[in-house]
Design a protein around this ligand. Structure first.
Ligand code: ADP
Ligand code: MG
Length: 242
């Protein structure tokens, strides 16, 4: 487990990266939402993430669970609509998984708790044309990559992002059965879901930050064994993975 100050730095970096990505995609997300919703998804999330950036900058809090909870609380109060409680409330609820700090196991627990809360709050499952369609394959892929395939967290996250991307593509040809888009019935077919799309952007931004923070750690583990002759094979850690 890395020090709390480094964890705070990583959370801050992730918040900035997500905020920048949402800002860059604000118009596109709103365009997607204008086709099957009420044209506010980009603006909603942008406003929310700007508030999150300010909230994180304004606090001296170092505890990762408290910081992540603050992210969720700020989104709930600033975003509104369907996405506010789904994103924010689920982050708040899942933040307790970081009570002992951020490590590989707690990120898996966080991802699972976040998905469970989104499903619980929104009542959507895969195939309803919502953010759940991007999130579910991403979370399952992340967990399996770490727990069964024993990939390093960064490789697992990269696979999760790929899975989310396929999930987003899957939302286009299907009919919406939850949220505002469901009011359109069959007319929602042929349009990509905005919430699934923003979920992918958040994951991509987090992957960028994780690459910055974890590359060093993976390289250190892989290239600086304490006992050069033995440990490379003895610890059995998968090497050469992307
Ligand atoms: P609103 O629909 O209230 O305007 P947003 O436009 O901010 O809220 O967010 C719309 C997105 O929220 C949709 O694209 C979809 O991904 C997601 N969403 C809507 N309803 C649900 C639900 N019941 N469960 C999961 N996700 C949902
Ligand atoms: Mg909307």
């Amino acid at each position: 487990m890395v020090e709390e100050s480094i964890q705070r730095e990583a959370i801050e970096a992730a918040v900035h990266a997500v905020a920048e990505r949402i800002e860059a995609e604000k118009t596109y997300l709103t365009e997607l939402d204008s086709a099957i919703g009420d044209a506010d998804h980009g603006a909603n999330l942008h406003r929310g993430m700007q508030a999150v950036v300010e909230a994180i900058e304004d606090t001296d809090e170092e505890d990762p669970a408290a910081l992540v909870k603050l992210v969720g609380r700020t989104l709930v109060s600033e975003v509104g609509g369907a996405a506010g409680p789904l994103y924010g409330g689920s982050i708040m609820s899942a933040s307790t998984e970081f009570a002992e700090g951020i490590d590989t196991a707690s990120t898996v627990a966080f991802a699972e708790a976040y998905l469970a809360k989104v499903e619980d709050r929104g009542g959507a499952t895969v195939g309803d044309k919502t953010m759940v369609d991007a999130l579910t394959p991403a979370v399952h892929t992340y967990k399996k990559s770490i727990e069964q395939d024993e990939l390093p967290p960064l490789a697992a996250l990269a696979k999760a992002v790929d899975a989310a991307e396929r999930g987003v593509a899957f939302t286009t040809p299907i009919r919406a059965s939850k949220g505002r888009a469901s009011y359109l019935g069959w007319r929602s077919v042929g349009h990509q879901d905005p919430g699934a799309t923003s979920t992918l952007y958040c994951l991509e931004a987090i992957l960028d930050v994780a690459t910055e923070y974890l590359d060093g750690e993976i390289d250190r583990d892989a290239t600086s064994p304490t006992v050069p002759d033995e440990s490379a094979e003895a610890d059995g850690s998968p090497e050469g993975e992307e």
